[in-house]
Design a protein. Structure first.
Length: 93
């Protein structure tokens, strides 16, 4: 369970890592000699891409969880309300 939590926290962190933060990390690694300038550029591109993918994945999971929670709680959605409004309009006319 602890591993799942750590993985999730890491995913959330990656999902919201800004390009500026990625560049900052890259510059630190270049200064320390752990990356060349070319590797730094590749690192930035790769981490930025992964960050965007993680953000989209996280948003999709949260959206899915919210929808399933609302369905279990039997709370009307805006689509449900719109459908009822149409039915009422039809009945009143």
């Amino acid at each position: 369970m602890d591993l799942i939590k750590k993985t999730m926290y890491m995913g959330v962190g990656l999902a919201y890592m800004t390009k500026e933060k990625v560049e900052e990390i890259s510059q630190e690694l270049i200064k320390k000699g752990e990356l060349s300038a070319t590797e730094g550029k590749e690192f930035i591109d790769d981490l930025t891409k992964k960050s965007e993918e993680a953000r989209k994945g996280l948003e999709a999971k949260v959206d899915s969880l919210v929808k399933s929670s609302l369905a279990r709680m039997k709370i009307a959605t805006s689509d449900d309300i719109a459908a009822l409004e149409k039915r009422i309009e039809k009945l009143e006319s």
